[in-house]
Design a protein around this ligand. Structure first.
Ligand SMILES: C[S@@+](CC[C@H](N)C(=O)[O-])C[C@H]1O[C@@H](n2cnc3c(N)ncnc32)[C@H](O)[C@@H]1O
Length: 355
């Protein structure tokens, strides 16, 4: 049976919703007051009018929450989120109705059933930047073809861990019949494995957009015969042992980021115990379990616990074949405080085998 997959996307707002209108002749202060009273504002005229109002809102909130304490930053973000999402923009026939607006292909692809609706300005900005990534593609140092990340799918923006994995694959001498890629995302690790001659990849993801995006991307090309997908957690329907299991999991524990539950970045306390338990059943006797990780959570003091070290120490299921570590290059566009820990950040490639 084929599972019905519903992609994640911003919920369309009825175009009948009554809103105050805003253009470049409107009074900005009065408009912000109206937002604070919970009224929604419809951008008219030019797309840039929306940007103008958003910038004015940012300035206003910066004055209201001037301190850089954690709590005040949180209040600022919460207020910005609430008010900016009251700023709306109309879409008719998959196009923004304002002038000089960007063309966003996702409007037609994701909303084919509604051709007349509203979205908030920040949602439009999100769709627009995702469209740019998709349209332009992402060139990585490990693949000849660009990645085309579907809307709402995790994709790599730094490549150290991909180069690491590539070097490991280059030296890998084991059988290459079948592999399971847990949390396949944009498919980058699977494409790397196919490049090195793996015959069949089984990929899962709990994010519907990753599965729908990859299915569309592969279409009826020969890739579609080499990668089989399942929209499910961990190993999904792939109930057989393979010679290689690969997982690039979320790197940060969720409990410390309750206001953000992005499953590509934050893991809950069950993820690793459940993963290792299932991996034990899905790995052939001579198979290898490869996990990409980072010490990010530890060096930012989010947790002292390292889920892979914990498994090796307490799980009794796997033993360490090798752990490769590499310092990540400093990100140049970060603040000084960030650079302090970025200098120490390492990506890790863990290779485990059965005990
Ligand atoms: C850090 S991303 C890695 C994506 C891709 N493999 C890569 O290396 O770029 C983690 C991925 O795991 C997925 N994920 C999180 N929890 C999962 C689970 N329990 N089962 C399957 N996939 C999961 C996320 O949706 C996300 O696509």
């Amino acid at each position: 049976m084929i599972k019905a997959i519903k992609v994640n996307k911003p919920e369309p707002i009825s175009s009948k919703k009554s809103s105050l209108l805003f253009d470049d002749s409107s009074d900005v202060k009065l408009t912000i007051k109206a937002l604070e009273q919970g009224k929604s504002i419809l951008i008219t005229g030019f797309f840039s009018n929306g940007l103008l109002l958003l910038n004015a809102l940012k300035k206003h909130l910066n004055k209201k929450y001037p301190n850089s304490t954690f709590q005040e930053q949180r209040n600022y973000r919460a207020a910005y989120f609430k008010l900016s999402n009251l700023i709306l923009i109309a879409i008719v026939d998959y196009k923004l109705t304002v002038k000089k607006a960007p063309v966003i292909g996702w409007l037609e692809q994701l909303y084919s059933e509604n051709s007349d609706f509203l979205l908030s300005f920040p949602q439009i900005q999100g769709l627009n930047s995702a469209w740019q990534w998709y349209k332009n593609g992402i060139l990585t140092p490990v693949l000849r073809n660009k990645l085309q990340p579907y809307y709402g799918t995790y994709f790599p923006t730094r490549f150290d861990h991909l180069i690491f994995f590539d070097n490991w694959l280059k030296r890998y001498k084991g059988p290459k019949k079948s592999v399971i890629d847990v949390g396949i995302g944009s498919g980058v690790l699977s494409f790397q494995m196919l490049k090195y001659g793996f015959q069949k990849v089984f990929g899962t993801d709990t994010n519907p957009n990753a599965i729908v995006g990859l299915t569309e991307f592969m279409g009826s090309t020969k890739l579609a015969r080499k990668i089989e997908l399942d929209f499910d957690s961990l190993f999904g329907k792939f109930n057989f042992p393979v010679e290689l299991i690969v997982f690039n999991p979320p790197w940060l524990p969720q409990s410390h980021a309750l206001d953000c539950i992005d499953e590509a970045i934050y893991y809950n306390e069950n993820l690793f115990p459940d993963f290792f338990e299932a991996a034990k059943q899905h790995l052939l006797p001579e198979g290898k379990l490869v996990i990409i990780f980072s010490n990010l959570a530890q060096i930012t003091d989010v947790t002292k616990e390292h889920p892979i070290e914990k498994e090796l120490a307490e799980g009794g299921r796997f033993q360490l074949e090798k752990c490769y570590r590499k310092t990540v290059k400093k990100a140049s566009d970060k603040t000084k405080r960030d650079q302090h820990w970025r200098a120490l950040e390492e990506v890790e490639l863990w290779v485990l085998t059965h005990n």
